[in-house]
Design a protein around this ligand. Structure first.
Ligand code: SF4
Length: 364
């Protein structure tokens, strides 16, 4: 059984980043406006270590926000020396950081190797050059490929972050970006729907009617296809949607856009809606009408199968005319669902239906 995994997040707000991506206000996203010092890093690590359970666990220190490798090299060394000390003493297991594709070269990677960094996450956002350009990213798609390949050549774990709903973006471009990310064979991926954050250029564009954010429904729909695509290729999607905080919520720093505190769960529920509908569609509707459908699933999947406020149960009951849908927890793998309907018992292999869905939609 794999060990429980804990992360010690250290936010490096805008430090080292002279860019102004239209959607970004790092100070608001991280909730911090001061530069992080090595003393801060040590204090944060100590604080977290004192709260972790006293058993064998995996711990990773992660530098988030800003563009870590854009920071002055001497400051990078001072910041990295702290987690390195803890790693050498066996108190933490890994070090990760995020940065921009154009802030990766051999000299930087040599430095990160020296400080035993394990994972480098690149903010890719899109692999469409027009979208990158209109988002003010200041780098090309070509630079992403170069950086990603170099990171892998050095033996780091490669993380890739993409956004949907950027300026000039659409579903097709997002799917193409995701397919290209798959081709880079990353260790993990993050997907962020674009939100209009206060005090960004995007906010001005939005207020001037020059940018229309995705609706929540559109964002869930596009992310459903992306999540299924990454799942099909066994790529771990470690985050979907911006982490809600006291300020990252609609009406505070989020001015507009597809924000939802449980965005990933909305997407996961939508995936189960598709999987279950696909299975039930194979039945003669007149036979199953008025019957009870029993679903057995791993406990971790139950709430996504039911949907928020039982939305999937309501949808399927109404669409197929069931008398009732019951969901039971069972000790079975996450990728399997058992269905009992009209005295028939079926085992659904989630990945098989995901593949079929992607092929039907000509995504793969
Ligand atoms: S590169 Fe990253 S930190 Fe810098 S402005 Fe763009 S999104 Fe923000």
């Amino acid at each position: 059984m794999s060990k429980d995994y804990f992360i010690i997040p250290i936010f490096v707000p805008h430090l080292g980043c002279p860019h102004d991506c239209v959607f970004c206000n790092q100070k608001r996203i991280t909730g911090l406006s001061t530069d992080v010092t090595p003393e801060d890093v040590e204090r944060i690590i100590e604080e977290h270590l004192s709260t972790f359970p006293n058993r064998e666990i995996e711990i990773e220190v992660a530098f988030y926000g800003g563009s870590f490798t854009g920071i002055h090299k001497e400051i990078q060394r001072k910041l990295l020396a702290i987690p390195l000390k803890y790693k050498n003493r066996g108190k933490i297991n890994g070090i990760r950081l995020s940065t921009r594709p154009d802030y990766i070269d051999r000299e930087i990677l040599d430095l990160l190797k020296e400080y035993k960094v394990d994972t480098i996450e690149l903010g890719v956002q899109s692999l469409n050059d027009e979208v990158l350009n209109r988002s003010g990213r200041g780098h090309s798609s070509h630079q992403v490929y170069i950086a990603a390949n170099l990171i892998k050549e050095y033996g780091f774990n490669l993380g890739l972050q993409m956004m949907i709903g950027l300026v000039g973006d659409d579903r097709q471009k997002s799917i193409l970006t995701a397919k290209e990310l798959v081709s880079l064979n990353p260790y993990c991926v993050r997907i962020y729907p674009t939100l209009v954050i206060k005090d960004t250029y995007l906010e001005k564009m939005y207020r001037d009617n020059k940018y229309k954010p995705l609706s929540l429904e559109e964002a869930v729909d596009i992310t459903t296809d992306l999540l299924m695509l990454f799942e099909y290729y066994d790529i771990d999607v470690i985050r979907v949607g911006l982490q809600p905080t006291d300020n990252i919520t609609l009406g505070k720093d989020v001015v507009a856009g597809p924000f939802h505190p449980s965005f990933r769960q909305l997407v996961e529920s939508n995936i189960y809606k598709i999987i279950l509908s696909d299975h039930i569609d194979a039945y003669d509707k007149s036979i199953i009408q008025g019957k009870t459908m029993v679903i057995e699933a791993n406990g971790k999947n139950i709430s996504s199968i039911a949907g928020q406020k039982s939305s999937n149960i309501k949808y399927l009951t109404q669409k197929y005319g069931f008398n009732k849908i019951k969901i039971y927890q069972k000790d079975i793998p996450m990728g399997v669902i058992n269905i009992c309907m009209d005295d028939k018992f079926d085992i659904i292999d989630r990945k098989e239906i995901v593949g079929k869905y992607l092929k039907d939609k000509a995504i793969i």
